[in-house]
Structures are given as structure tokens and as C-alpha cells.
Design a binder for this molecule. Structure first.
Ligand code: DGL
Length: 267
């Protein structure tokens, strides 16, 4: 009994190769306001998306072990790339429940009218088993245009998501999709929602933009309930942001939080 109460108080661990996973954290906080959260951004080693798989896997394993030392009761991999290269290995190695994520192909396939969708993600995400499986399952009869978003993650990490460079990369990646009459674009990397304003500008608001953050938040809640790990409202949640990079940039990304209730730790 005593032990259970303690576990309920433990934080949820969320990690990403960098600040991208904050797009997921934002949705998790909306539906789980009583949960303490430890967020780990490996910005010092970002990006993972084009790294050899073994290297990305071993970096991700260090992140998980860091969060486990902090007693995280559940871990959200707020990164499509890490999910693609590591989730199977993590689920068999560690006891804690994991929530992973993948590009939102299913909702995109269900709502496209032109039957043409575009996807931006990292190379490692496109090369993973999960993406191939989901692709085969949900995109029959739909034309899918796949584009690695080379260089975009680096810009977001520098806080340059509204720069000319971001605009020109997005034009290079998205205009060919628009020419093919794509009406839906899937953001298959958690850094890309921070480019949403620029994507809207480049596409002149002509497409529906879909990401997986809401679905990940909902799945996090489902698993907390299933494993009886939910915190209760008698507890004041605590938020700690750990980064291997610059904390000044991270603070800007958390400015959506009024009063900025985070403790920042640079590692
Ligand atoms: N944010 C990550 C994702 O969702 C990956 C970024 C990277 O490190 O390349 O895929």
C-alpha cells in the first residue's frame, strides 16, 4: 500500500533527442495536470535522425537509464526516431511501461480528399519496421510522398524556426508535394510542429497539418490508468527540464507555459 502511494507520486519521464518532444509534453500536461514530469533533452547530441542506428540506440538507452535513476514510473519516447530504432529493445529490457510514437499515417489517410499525402520525418524513422508496417496497413489506394526533413531539426534546436533558411528548406521539401496535389501533410518528427507557422506560410494554408502529439498524450493517460500509476490531485506536480545542450533555448520553447514553473538543469 505504502509502496503504491509512492509510485503514484513519481514523475513521468519524457525524452527526445532535443527540444522537439516539448510539442508532446505540452499535450500531456493538458490532459494530465496532476503529473510531475522530468523532461530530458539530449540537445548536445542532436540530431539522431541520420545517425547510424546503433549510435542512436545507445544514446537513447542512456536517456532511459537517466530517467529510470530519477524513479520515473512511465517513459514517453517523445521522438519518432528513437521509437523507430529502440522501442522493441527497451520494452524487452526494462520493466517500466513505454509510450512510443510514429508518424500519424492513419488519421492522414482517413481524412485526405485528394488521396495524396506528404510526410516529413527523419531517415531513421522512414527506415524503421514500424513505419513500413503502418504504411502497408493504412495507405492502400493513397499516394504517399515521403521526404526526409534534412536540416530542419538543427534549425529548431537553434531557435531558428522562423528564419529564411527554414523557409527555403520547407519550400524545397513541400512545394513539390503541393505540385502533386497533396492536401495533407504529416509531421513525423516532434521538432516539426515548431515549424507549423512557416509550413502554413509556405503552403499558403492549403493543406491540413497532422502530428501525433495528441494521440501520444491520450496513450500516456491510458497506460497510467491501465498500470494504476495515475497521480492524484492531492499532489503538487513538479517539472524538471534536463538538457545536455543550452538551457537558454529550452527556456524559450517553454514560454507557452505561463509563469514558467520549470526547474532547469544543464548536464
Ligand atoms: N524529434 C525527433 C523525432 O521525432 C528526432 C530529431 C532528430 O534527432 O533527428 O524524430
Amino acid at each position: 500500500m505504502e509502496k503504491e502511494i509512492i509510485i503514484h507520486k513519481h514523475p513521468i519521464g519524457i525524452f527526445d533527442s532535443g527540444v522537439g518532444g516539448l510539442s508532446v509534453l505540452k499535450e500531456i500536461k493538458k490532459i494530465l495536470p496532476c503529473e510531475s514530469i522530468n523532461y530530458f533533452a539530449d540537445s548536445g547530441n542532436c540530431p539522431y535522425g541520420s545517425k547510424p542506428k546503433d549510435e542512436a540506440l545507445s544514446l537513447a538507452r542512456k536517456n532511459v537509464e537517466f530517467l529510470l535513476k530519477l524513479n520515473c514510473k512511465l517513459i514517453v519516447i517523445a521522438c519518432n526516431t528513437v521509437t523507430a530504432v529502440a522501442i522493441d529493445s527497451f520494452r524487452s529490457k526494462y520493466k517500466v511501461p513505454f509510450v512510443g510514437m510514429e508518424p500519424a499515417l492513419k488519421p492522414a489517410a482517413m481524412q485526405t480528399k485528394s488521396k495524396k499525402i506528404g510526410i516529413l520525418a527523419t531517415e531513421n524513422t522512414f527506415n524503421g519496421r514500424l513505419f513500413k508496417q503502418t504504411f502497408e496497413k493504412y495507405t492502400r489506394g493513397i499516394e504517399v510522398f515521403v521526404q526526409p526533413g534534412y536540416g530542419l531539426v538543427e534549425l529548431v534546436e537553434k531557435g531558428e524556426q522562423n528564419s529564411e533558411k527554414a523557409q527555403s528548406l520547407l519550400e524545397k521539401y513541400l512545394l513539390p508535394m503541393l505540385a502533386k496535389k497533396v492536401d495533407t501533410i504529416v509531421l513525423g518528427c516532434t521538432h516539426y510542429p515548431f515549424l507549423e507557422n512557416m509550413i502554413k506560410k509556405v503552403t499558403k494554408n492549403s493543406v491540413t497539418i497532422i502530428d501525433s502529439a495528441n494521440a501520444v498524450a491520450a496513450q500516456t493517460k491510458r497506460l497510467l490508468i491501465e498500470f494504476d500509476l495515475m497521480s492524484n490531485d492531492a499532489i503538487d506536480p513538479e517539472f524538471i527540464f534536463y538538457t545536455t545542450g543550452e538551457k537558454t533555448i529550452a527556456k524559450k520553447f517553454l514560454s507557452f507555459e505561463k509563469g514558467s514553473p520549470y526547474r532547469f538543469e544543464q548536464l
